[in-house]
Design a protein. Structure first.
Length: 328
């Protein structure tokens, strides 16, 4: 495996956990790092000044105990606000600051943020310059191939980002208009890699080790970023790393799976507290248990547990009955 050099920051590997709102919080980033992710980006934090002291922003900018390199992704469309938010992210311990130009969610795009910014490359360039000038750490850009299929501008925007001082590009092979429908394409990622001198990371529909290797070969990208493929499956990073190192000898025991999931529940509750933790861990448990084909009624019992101890007990009993060798 190769390292990825992001300005002065070295990422020791080629597998990265994507920032995903509601999922890539501190507990889950630490778990994915333990299972081989070379780098993990915190879920997008709002840049608006009036949202900087909310509990949500505080949770999202928490990097306590996370191994370096640490990254925080920002979302916004006002240069001055993004500059201030980037400085706060740097002060919070971020080794890398990322700008989100890829989120396709309606509530994000409706306020001209996320992938909707791809409609205005001049503004994106202005935002990037503002962030680069505000911090001493490297700035990266995560974006999509364009807003629509008739306006694929990722290569041009990538060149402009590099000129603005961006040190790494992460490109998702869908348009903003697509959302997560259809399939990601990788030809644009390949063309981007040929057009710039900074690292390019491929993103989109990478959900197995074989697919990761296929995409790396097809694009020439420096690494892969895993999003939905890592939900309920933090072990995917070790699987990819094993394949990239030339072996398929990655064997995962039932005990390791159980310990990972129960450890995740415990660390999640410790981070959020019992009341909020019981609500916010549900989406993770749903992904874990569905991945192992648990029955919907059994999953519902786990999700509706009244306290952390009951949740752990129900989860353990359910895992004991499941075949944990499938769908990994």
């Amino acid at each position: 495996m190769n390292n990825i050099q992001v300005g002065p920051v070295s990422i020791a590997g080629q597998t990265i956990l994507a920032p995903m709102a509601g999922f890539t919080d501190l507990p889950y980033r630490k778990i994915c790092r333990q299972w081989g992710a070379a780098y993990a980006v915190a879920e997008m934090a709002a840049s608006k000044d009036n949202l900087q002291h909310t509990a949500k922003t505080s949770f999202r900018m928490n990097l306590d105990g996370e191994p370096s390199p640490r990254g925080i992704q920002l979302i916004g469309s006002v240069p001055e606000e993004l500059a201030r938010a980037a400085k706060r992210a740097e002060n919070a311990g971020a080794d890398i600051v990322d700008l989100n130009c890829g989120c396709p969610a309606k509530k994000v795009c409706s306020v001209a943020c996320g992938s909707a910014l791809l409609k205005n490359p001049d503004l994106v360039e202005s935002l990037l310059k503002s962030i680069v000038n505000a911090v001493s750490v490297p700035v990266t850009l995560k974006y999509r191939i364009g807003w629509t299929a008739s306006d694929i501008n990722a290569v041009d925007l990538g060149k402009r980002a590099e000129e603005a001082g961006v040190k790494m590009l992460v490109l998702h092979g869908r348009t903003g208009e697509q959302g997560f429908k259809g399939h990601a394409e990788y030809e644009t990622i390949r063309r981007l890699k040929q057009a710039v001198s900074i690292p390019v990371i491929a993103n989109g529909d990478i959900d197995t080790a074989d697919k990761a290797l296929e995409v790396l070969k097809a694009t020439g990208a420096d690494g892969v970023m895993i999003g939905r493929g890592a939900l309920g499956n933090p072990w995917i990073f070790s699987q990819i790393n094993s394949l990239l190192s030339g072996t398929r000898q990655f064997i995962l025991s039932k005990t390791q799976i159980e310990e990972t999931i129960i450890g995740h529940i415990r660390s999640h509750h410790a981070f959020y507290g019992e009341v909020l933790g019981l609500k916010t861990i549900r989406k993770h448990l749903n992904w874990y248990l569905k991945r192992f084909n648990a029955d919907e009624k059994d999953i519902r019992k786990v999700l509706l547990a009244g306290n952390p101890d009951e949740q752990i007990d129900l989860t353990l009993k359910l895992l004991e009955r499941l075949d944990l060798s499938i769908n990994l």
